[in-house]
Design a protein around this ligand. Structure first.
Ligand SMILES: *Cc1c(COP(=O)(O)O)cnc(C)c1O
Length: 356
C-alpha cells in the first residue's frame, strides 16, 4: 500500500478565502478590470492563435513588453507562471536539502512553504517591533547561520512598509547569500532596484502582474537578474511554463503605458482614501489598532482583536485577510472601501477593547 511521506502529510495547503463575498478586500488584487482595448485586442489575438502548438518557451513578446515598460534590458528578464512559480523554481534550483534559507518575519507565507518542500533549514529573522527591517541584524544572521538564500518582499506583504533602496543595497552587498527581492508591490512605491539588478551577482528581483496590473487571473510574473542567474532560471524552469494566452494578454497589457499609469493613479487614490478613513477611525477609537505606513495597495493594522473584526466583517459579506499576526485590508472600489470602513466602525462601536 502506498503511504504518503511524513513531509507530504505535514503539508498545509495555501488557504485563501473562498466562497462568495460581495466585498473582497483580502487578496491584494486590483479592483479594476483590464482596459477595454486590451481585452478587444486579446480577443482578436485569440482568434489567430495556433492553440495546437506549444507556446514560446521564453515568452519573448511578454518579456520584451516588460523590458520596454520598465526600461530594463530584455536579457535580464525571465517570465513565470505568476511569481509564485518563480519562487518555487528558485527554491528548487538554488537550494539543496539542508541548506539554510532566511526570511524576515512576518513576510509572504509562500517563502517558508517552498523552503519546507525543498527540505531546507528555515532561519527566521524577526523584524523590528515597528515592523521595519533591521539590516545589521539580518546581515549578522545570514553570516552566523551560513544562509544560502535570503528572500523577502519590499514593500512588504503583510506589513505594507517599504525599506529604502540604499538600505537594501547595503544588505545585498554585505551577504554571500543569494538575495531574492520580491518587489510584488513596488509599482505603488519608488524604491525599486530593477534597473540596478544586473550590477549584483547575488540578486534576483521578482515582479508580478497580479497586483498593480490587474492580471491575477492569467498568472504572469517576472524575474530580473544578471546574466548568470537569469540563465540559470531559464535552464531550470519547465519549458512551457507560461501559456500562450497569458503571454499574449501580458504583452498587450504591458504595452499600454498610459492605461497602466491611469489605473495606478486610481488604485493609489483608493489606497489613500482607505488609509485616511482608517486614520480617522484610529483617532475616534484610540487604542483599538495601530495603522502601519503603507507603500502598497493595502493597509495593515496591528490589532489585538483582529479575529473579532474579521468575523464581524465576514458576517456582513466583507472579507479582509489575517496573516503574520496582522490584519490586512486591500484597497477596493470607493463603495467597497466605504462599506468596509462603515462596518469596521460598527465593530468598534459595539465591542470593547480586548485586554492584551
Ligand atoms: C501576491 C504576491 C506574490 C504572488 O504573485 P503571483 O505573481 O500572483 O504569483 C508574490 N509575492 C508577494 C509578496 C505577493 O504579495
Amino acid at each position: 500500500m502506498y503511504e504518503l511521506s511524513k513531509k507530504v502529510k505535514a503539508l498545509k495547503p495555501y488557504d485563501p478565502i473562498t466562497g462568495q463575498y460581495p466585498v473582497r478586500l483580502d487578496a491584494n488584487e486590483s479592483f479594476l478590470p483590464l482596459p477595454g482595448e486590451v481585452l478587444l485586442d486579446a480577443q482578436t489575438a485569440l482568434g489567430e492563435m495556433a492553440l495546437n502548438r506549444y507556446p514560446d518557451p521564453l515568452a519573448q513578446e511578454a518579456c520584451a513588453a516588460f523590458s520596454a515598460h520598465y526600461g530594463v534590458p530584455v536579457e535580464q528578464v525571465v517570465a513565470g507562471n505568476g511569481s509564485d512559480e518563480l519562487i518555487t523554481v528558485i527554491f528548487t534550483t538554488f537550494l539543496e536539502k539542508g541548506d539554510a534559507f532566511a526570511t524576515i518575519e512576518p513576510d509572504f507565507s509562500m517563502y517558508a512553504f517552498n523552503g519546507f518542500l525543498q527540505e531546507a533549514r528555515p532561519v527566521q529573522i524577526p523584524k523590528n517591533p515597528d515592523y521595519t527591517l533591521n539590516i545589521d541584524k539580518i546581515i549578522a544572521a545570514c553570516k552566523e547561520e551560513d544562509v544560502k538564500l535570503l528572500i523577502f518582499s519590499n514593500p512588504c506583504n503583510p506589513t505594507s512598509i517599504v525599506c529604502p533602496k540604499e538600505e537594501i543595497t547595503r544588505l545585498i552587498r554585505s551577504v554571500d547569500a543569494l538575495v531574492v527581492l520580491d518587489e510584488a508591490y513596488m509599482d505603488f512605491s519608488d524604491q525599486s532596484l530593477l534597473k540596478e539588478a544586473a550590477g549584483f551577482d547575488n540578486l534576483i528581483i521578482l515582479r508580478t502582474c497580479s497586483k498593480a496590473f490587474g492580471m491575477a487571473a492569467i498568472r504572469l510574473g517576472f524575474a530580473v537578474a544578471g546574466p548568470a542567474l537569469a540563465g540559470a532560471l531559464r535552464a531550470a524552469k519547465s519549458p512551457y511554463n507560461v501559456n500562450a494566452l497569458t503571454q499574449k494578454i501580458g504583452a498587450l497589457a504591458l504595452s499600454q503605458d498610459l492605461a497602466i499609469k491611469a489605473a495606478l493613479e486610481e488604485l493609489l487614490l483608493s489606497r489613500d482614501a482607505l488609509y485616511a478613513g482608517l486614520e480617522a477611525l484610529g483617532e475616534k477609537y484610540p487604542g483599538r489598532f495601530t495603522l502601519l505606513p503603507t507603500a502598497t495597495n493595502f493597509c495593515t493594522l496591528v490589532m489585538p482583536d483582529r479575529q473579532g473584526l474579521f468575523d464581524f466583517l465576514k458576517a456582513k459579506g466583507i472579507v479582509i485577510r489575517l496573516t503574520g499576526g496582522l490584519a490586512r485590508v486591500t484597497c477596493g472600489a470607493p463603495e467597497e472601501n466605504a462599506r468596509f470602513l462603515q462596518a469596521a466602525e460598527e465593530y468598534f462601536l459595539t465591542t470593547r477593547k480586548e485586554a492584551e
